[in-house]
Design a protein around this ligand. Sequence first.
Ligand SMILES: N[C@@H](CCC(=O)N[C@@H](CS)C(=O)NCC(=O)O)C(=O)O
Length: 254
Amino acid sequence: MVVITPKDKSVAALSGIHLYHGDISNCSMRVRMTLEEKGLDWESHHIDLKKKENLDEGYFAINPNGLVPTMIHEGVVHIESNEIIAYLDEAYPEPPLRPAAHADAIDTWLARAADLHVKAVKPYVYATKMAPKLHKTAEEQELYDSLQTNEELIEFHAKHAGDSQFSADDIRTAVELLDAAFSDAEEVLNTYDWLSGEKFGLADISWLPIHFVLVGSGYDFDRFPKVMGWIEAARQRRSFQKGILEWCQDFADV
Ligand SMILES: N[C@@H](CCC(=O)N[C@@H](CS)C(=O)NCC(=O)O)C(=O)O
């Protein structure tokens, strides 16, 4: 659980579940899916990343990294999507999404998703089909630098601002890491129906949004037939429809 004390103290007065999230954000998708799986009501605070609505002092006063999602649960501010979904599963145990028999493997998938986000998922998305929509002008980058204090994020965003581009090395590294992860997923899916084991769970919720934004960015999944079957099964779930498709029908076309 990653709980923070925001500069904006007014959010402590919010009751219930409030989610600051983005339609195209894979990290937001996993929280929306979990809320749907758990049947929880939540209040939406939508932040349009293509309009750079997160580059706002007011939002940085809630989430110091200026990232979505941020979940406020009874006035307590939670960040980090993979931590938020694990927290929700503990706070609302039904239906269980992290069965004991597969808990370690599920935790490993969640940690891997968190680890690969800035190293692989984000560079791939920002450098491919979505690049023109996510590109920051020099002015937007200047505003970003005035708000952001997280060194990793400053470095990441400087790579695609103004005339800068991600290097071929950045993209190669991203693709290698993603290929390795989906090869491992293919192996798990040779044995089980879901990445989380016999039943749909948090590992699926963590990785389905990654697949969704990568496929929308042009990543080739034909090499992974089990992964493709997994997606077809997942698309039938209400949480996929409500958490992903209702907000973002086609990642590349938004
Ligand atoms: N580790 C964070 C990453 C959050 C993140 O990078 N969110 C993206 C959307 S998926 C975002 O807000 N991007 C805007 C930006 O980088 O300025 C999490 O898992 O919640």
